[in-house]
Design a binder for this molecule. Sequence first.
Ligand code: OAD
Length: 229
Amino acid sequence: MMRIVILTGAGISAESGLGTFRDKDGLWTKYDLEDVATPQGFAHNPRLVHDFYNARRANCLAALPNDAHHALARLEAEFPGDVVIITQNIDNLHERAGNHRVWHMHGELLRALCASCGHRWNAPAIMTPQDPCPACHALATRPDVVWFGEMPHMMDDIQQALYEADLFVSIGTSGTVYPAAGFVRIASAGGAQTLEINLETTGSVFDETRQGEAGKQVPAWVDEVLRQA
Ligand code: OAD
């Protein structure tokens, strides 16, 4: 059975209207990453951090999956082998397109986490520092997202999937944030073919690179894979 492992980043949601981080006008040109995406930033100003993620949650709920998300849902439904999506994105557009195997290594906008007891629950549309944990009642509610300096989720499963992959495809990520940026090397060392689909080439070590918008390139690639399957 052929195994395909797909890594996605902000570029796959760009055509849905969700901003990327490092492009011109990207989120990190408007906000200081240290302020809104680190445990220290949250300790210093939790309201600012909640407001940042509240705005992103509203954008996510107002957005729709695009042709790239839909193509990956079709791949999961129709490919006779194994398909898993590892996403750095905290939006839910893969799930809303119909993918079932989506691993959110950087967490999820629509989930809340208690920093005191570790309880997780569905995030309300607007979160505030005054929200008590429904389990332990501590005032330590935070978005269930992974910040810089924290451990991404599911790393053991991801490592195993990368070693077992026959094909590793990276879509819409600049390849600047580790550990995700190192996945191509792990997959390659494990014997996988590697393909990058991105607006720009990232200079990383892929066997093949396809340049262009995810909304065009991903459906074309999925058509090819399903034709050959
Ligand atoms: P980046 O903003 O770093 O990179 C987005 C990539 O998508 C760039 O290489 C763009 O060229 C490409 N791109 C833009 N529009 C595209 C389109 N329509 N089709 C295809 N590609 C397109 O975003 P990520 O690589 O996802 O982490 O960033 C990785 C992590 O850094 C994020 O998960 C987040 C961020 O800081 C945390 O906050 C922990």
